[in-house]
Design a protein around this ligand. Structure first.
Ligand SMILES: CC(=O)N[C@H]1[C@@H](OP(=O)(O)OP(=O)(O)OC[C@H]2O[C@@H](n3ccc(=O)[nH]c3=O)[C@H](O)[C@@H]2O)O[C@H](CO)[C@@H](O)[C@@H]1O
Ligand SMILES: C=C(OP(=O)(O)O)C(=O)O
Length: 419
């Protein structure tokens, strides 16, 4: 088991390059199952989750070539011989469920274990299943599995009760090979949805409206292979922007699409931190004196839930009181207990956390309970007085490429230690 050890107090300066987006690459790898031809994906972030989704595809018979030197993955779905992804892989990662749309639409059936809840909430899949049912699939639930069967999916109008990212992606990938037109209303508008739609359109799909709340998919009879470069990870970028802010640093975050991090830029500016936007990068300059702001997580283009924990670390040492409201996941405050160990003053009141800024945090032994909770503890450790030891860092490996190396390069006193 590895741990991360940080001696806090270093001011971060320099440049950090952002990797491609986890939340884009996972659905895109899953969507490669839609055709028998070769799909080449460039600039792959080699995260634990990426290896898991590749193993899922592999278990179904897809051929996967991973080239870590070239940051490239080549997928060929010509030999698919199973429509039942194994339980042991699916339970490792919720995003495994994203193979459901492609497999169902191409092979007319899939049996997959229910993904279940995780540390941040119960995370049901009812919206995914309603979508598949509207497209004409029979859904059978039992013994912890969901089975979907259809002859040929048929286009339909689907209204999502909530703009779920995963449901929008799964319905989109199911609908591209369906007969006729599908319209998804109240669709998720996240940049990762647009990236997936661009990938699918390059394969020959006919999707319009991605990035708005109404997506139209005109079914096509077949798709072809393609080559695709995944968009930069806006959450990784936001995390390094907060790292610069919290340490009173001056950091240029490179390989960013500024429009994708606009809600993060706006909130940082509201705290008094300076943020300069350039074409593909964002510079964050902070004098470590910032004021509290209130935050409410919302679907894109609102403030991202995946940045809530990191902002809570920042607000822990801001001047004043901040109210942080989590509207997307019902249980995404696991980091509060750990930040409190470091001296933060936070009270949870239902779906809100009231954060009274303190003068500073103090190093402590803490554990990452989920991916972004782990990132928040790293951020806390960067500014805390003394030594912070973070355990259960496998959560962090799900979503950050070489976080320790990248932070070290911009001046952090941080090590990863194998125990
Ligand atoms: C791999 C990936 O891209 N993960 C992201 C994706 O997760 P994911 O796609 O799982 O998130 P969703 O947008 O689906 O979930 C948002 C909310 O909708 C609820 N819901 C969802 C589906 C459903 O069928 N029924 C239902 O009630 C969820 O429980 C949650 O409360 O979007 C989240 C919200 O931006 C991000 O935090 C995750 O990082
Ligand atoms: C919640 C997250 O991811 P996932 O949906 O893969 O659990 C995240 O990236 O913060």
């Amino acid at each position: 088991m590895d741990k991360i050890v940080i001696n806090g107090g270093s001011r971060l300066t320099g440049k950090v390059k952002i990797s491609a987006a986890k939340n884009s690459v996972l659905p895109i790898i899953a969507a490669s199952l839609l055709c028998p031809c070769e799909c080449v994906l460039d600039d792959i972030p080699f995260l634990d989750d990426v290896y898991v989704i590749c193993s899922v595809l592999n278990s179904l018979g897809a051929s996967i070539k991973i080239d870590e030197k070239m940051d490239q993955i080549t997928i060929k779905g010509h030999n698919i011989n199973s429509t039942e992804p194994p339980y042991d892989l699916v339970r490792k990662m919720r995003a495994s469920f994203l193979v459901m749309g492609p497999i169902l639409s191409r092979f007319g059936r899939i049996k997959i274990s229910l993904p279940g809840g995780c540390n941040i909430g119960t995370r049901p899949i009812d919206l995914h299943l309603k979508g598949f049912a509207a497209l004409g699939a029979d859904i059978i639930l039992g013994h912890g599995y969901v089975e979907a069967i259809c002859k040929k999916l048929k286009g339909a109008n689907i209204y999502l009760d909530f703009p779920s990212v995963g449901a929008t992606e799964n319905i989109m990938t199911a609908a591209v090979l369906a007969d006729g037109e599908t319209v998804i209303e109240n669709a998720a508008e996240e940049p990762e949805i647009v990236d997936l739609a661009n990938f699918l359109n390059n394969m020959g799909a006919n999707i319009t409206g991605a990035g708005t709340d109404k997506i139209k998919i005109e079914g096509v009879t077949e798709l072809k292979g393609t080559r695709h470069q995944v968009i930069p990870d806006r959450i990784e970028a936001g995390t390094y922007m907060v790292a610069a802010a919290i340490t009173g640093g001056n950091v240029t975050v490179e390989n960013v699409i500024p429009e994708h991090v606009r809600p993060i830029i706006a909130k940082l500016q509201e705290t008094g931190v300076q943020v300069y936007e350039e074409q593909n990068r964002v510079r964050v300059v902070s004098n470590a004196r910032f004021k509290s702001v209130d935050i409410k997580t919302m679907p894109y283009p609102g403030f991202p839930t995946d940045m809530q924990a990191q902002f809570m670390a920042l607000m822990s040492i801001a001047r004043g009181t901040s109210i942080i409201t989590e509207t997307v996941f019902e249980n995404r405050f696991m980091h509060v207990t750990e930040l409190k160990r470091m001296g933060a003053n936070i009270k949870i009141d239902g779906r809100s956390a009231v954060v009274e800024g303190v003068e500073g945090l103090t190093g402590a032994k803490v554990k990452a309970t989920d991916l972004r909770a782990g990132a928040a503890l790293v951020l806390g450790g960067l500014m805390a007085e003394g030594k912070t030891e973070i355990y259960d860092v496998h959560h962090i490996d799900r979503g950050y490429v070489d976080m320790v190396g990248k932070l070290k390069n911009i001046g952090a006193d941080i090590e990863r230690i194998s125990e």
